[in-house]
Write a protein that binds this ligand. Structure first.
Ligand code: AMP
Length: 275
């Protein structure tokens, strides 16, 4: 893509609390319509209309633009939240996250990872060996930003996701976010479940196994959710945080999107997981 790109980011609040955030990387022709979509999102949020909304638009320096490929996507069907969490933990262990670190991350998400048992606005940074939390601000966390996809990828991805009945904002945005996170050499894997009480799905993701969704990774009605990025010991936190928050990444290719499978089928196919 030769045209200039703009990063457009929206952040909204309601009654003093974070309500929603969203963003895109778009060309000039799509800037106004994207702004209108983001405004509408903040005003039509399921938790009520925003009473404060900020839009930030920055021209992207073409020399700083990185290009990415979205992760492969698979849905793993498990019988219960407990089973899904057990399998998610097993997958994280395969890429080097210790049992201790998985347990610490899951407990923080269950308890509400921000002070007062609330959900964070961004992600936790977790040492993949000790489970220690490393982010500087436990309410804000680290916010992955400046991600978008080409129009061509958007059209192809929409069709593929529709075929799997997964063409919703949760999945689309999580794929982009997980795609950027997986590009950083010091992040082994990611764990996420939503803070939207109606959305029970969650995922684990890594550059080794892609984006693995679990339709039920938290109970329905639960408002606590969040994200954990598992870091190699000794990671440069300042460099990593700046890159996640500021480096523009444009996704140009999709990964492979697979139909849903059961755990045993997946484990057998991959030849690594057990249970
Ligand atoms: P969502 O997938 O939008 O329901 O968000 C689930 C959780 O992920 C939120 O509660 C935040 O803790 C975290 N989160 C949301 N957006 C971001 C982001 N851009 N970067 C890092 N973490 C995020």
């Amino acid at each position: 893509m030769n045209q200039q790109l703009y990063s457009i980011r929206m952040h909204s609040r309601r009654a003093g609390d974070h309500l929603s955030g969203a963003e895109n990387l778009v060309g000039l022709a799509a800037l106004e319509s994207t702004a209108a979509l983001l405004v509408r999102r903040a005003l039509q949020h399921s938790r009520g209309a925003a009473d404060q909304l900020r839009l930030v638009i920055d021209l992207v320096d073409p020399d700083s633009l990185e290009h990415g490929c979205l992760p492969d996507l698979r849905t793993l069907q498990l019988a219960s939240v407990a089973e899904a969490r057990r399998c998610a933990g097993q997958l994280l262990a395969q890429v080097g996250v210790t049992t201790q670190a998985v347990a610490a991350a899951m407990q923080a998400l269950v308890d509400g990872a921000a002070p007062g048992g609330r959900s964070m606005r961004g992600a936790m940074l977790i040492d993949c060996r000790t489970g220690e939390r490393l982010e500087a601000d436990r309410a804000r966390g680290v916010r992955v930003s400046r991600i978008g996809m080409t129009g061509q990828l958007d059209a192809g991805l929409t069709a593929q996701l529709e075929a799997l009945d997964l063409n919703n904002l949760h999945v689309r945005e999580a794929l982009l976010l997980a795609g950027k996170v997986a590009m950083h050499r010091d992040i082994l894997a990611e764990l996420c479940w939503s803070d939207d009480p109606d959305y029970t799905a969650g995922y684990v993701s890594s550059r080794h196994f892609g984006y693995l969704r679990f339709p039920q990774l938290k109970p329905s009605g639960e408002t606590r959710g969040g994200r954990a990025f598992f870091l190699r010991p000794g990671s440069d936190l300042a460099e990593l945080t700046t890159w996640l928050e500021s480096a523009p990444v444009l996704f140009e290719r999709a990964g492979t999107l697979y139909p849903p499978v059961g755990w045993r089928e997946y484990a057998t196919f991959m030849g690594t997981a057990t249970g």
